[in-house]
Design a protein around this ligand. Structure first.
Ligand code: P6P
Length: 340
């Protein structure tokens, strides 16, 4: 893209809004506000090593995990960017037990924002890329200020989904159901610039699988056999030709899978049958992006987007990436289901 022909995320959002007849702009405002919050978080994350915000606050979040200062900061930034706009009826965050209400002094709107403000925060102190994950739902109840019913919607009901990856550069990737588009932050002008239009998971994909193999002894036989198949293949060559990549930061592992192909897995195991990742604000948003980019996302049995959430912070196994590989994984899991 030439220096004089740049497409900012604000312009892209407006141009895409025009494709939704009757869109009133609130939806676009939410995406624009998320982009603003991402710029503020990016600046802080990139200065983290130089400022006294590293290290845990000593507090714990609802997941019982030690809360890093940047987690707290990111939560506050997103909340403050969204609480007064009149676009949302409520929010859901990994950092809050219950639904986050819109303060009474501000008007409520017709949408719900669900988000993980800073996923992978345990990687902050070692300078590994971390990320924000979000999705937008339409209010479905008659409650002016939202209810659990508005939040516990299956991923198919998401109007938009996206993530921000704070890495060697900061990128915001989002979909509103019309393809997946990536924007790179140019700090010199403070704008997210369209750098990856219409992202499609490559086919054929890079032969990469991404899973924490330390848990292999606890995996189901189906998962064990699938990973073994990727390593060894069917032939006598002794190699399936796959490489293993595991960053341990969901957004980074997914971003690579989206751009290169392959499969990321966080399966359930004997200790954690539902895995570790959260359905509402991690798996479902990434599943929408994966499907929009030509890929698939499953919990091993069902498409992630078809799962009806039963609680705000429920976990789900996640297998996501190139459609053929996800389908193959699901077949291995089904075959192995009957075994010990
Ligand atoms: P494990 C980071 O803590 C996180 O929530 C995700 O970003 C990441 O994919 C996963 O946990 C890593 O978990 O058990 O492999 O360390």
């Amino acid at each position: 893209m030439s220096e004089t022909h740049i497409i900012t995320i604000d312009r892209h959002i407006i141009e895409h809004e025009r494709k939704h007849p009757g869109a009133r702009g609130a939806f676009s405002n939410i995406l624009t506000d998320v982009a603003l919050a991402a710029k503020v978080i990016s600046r802080k994350v990139n200065m983290a090593g130089l400022m006294d915000i590293l290290g845990a606050t000593g507090g714990e979040n609802v997941q019982g995990e030690s809360v890093q200062k940047l987690d707290v900061f990111a939560q506050e930034v997103i909340y403050r960017a969204m609480d007064h706009t009149g676009d949302l009826c409520c929010m859901v965050s990994e950092e809050w037990d219950d639904i986050i209400p819109i303060p009474d002094k501000f008007p409520a709107g017709d949408y719900v924002l669900v988000f993980d403000p800073l996923d992978g925060s345990s990687n902050i102190d070692v300078n590994v890329s971390i990320g924000t994950v979000f999705a937008i739902l339409r209010k479905v109840s008659n409650e002016e200020r939202g209810s659990l019913m508005d939040c516990l919607q299956p991923g198919r009901k998401q109007l938009a989904a996206g993530y921000v990856v704070y890495g060697s550069s900061t990128m915001l990737v989002y979909t509103t159901g019309n393809g997946v588009h990536g924007f790179t932050l140019d700090p010199s002008i403070g704008e997210f610039i369209l750098s990856h239009p219409d992202i499609r998971i490559p086919d054929p994909p890079s032969r990469i699988y991404s899973v924490n193999e330390a848990y292999e002894p606890k995996w189901s036989p189906g998962v064990q056999k699938f990973i073994d198949h990727l390593k060894r293949g069917d032939g006598d060559s002794g190699s399936g030709g796959f490489s293993s990549r595991y960053i341990g930061s969901l957004v980074s592992d997914f971003h690579r899978t989206l751009l290169r192909g392959g499969i990321f897995m966080y399966p359930g195991d004997r200790s954690n049958p539902e895995g570790k990742l959260r359905l509402l604000y991690e798996a479902s948003p990434l599943a929408m992006l994966a499907e929009q980019a030509g890929g698939r996302a499953t919990d091993g049995r069902r498409d992630i987007l078809d799962i009806e959430p039963e609680s705000l912070h429920q976990r789900t196994p996640l297998l996501i990436g190139s459609a053929d590989l996800v389908t193959q994984a699901q077949e291995f899991l089904a075959e192995g289901a009957g075994e010990g």
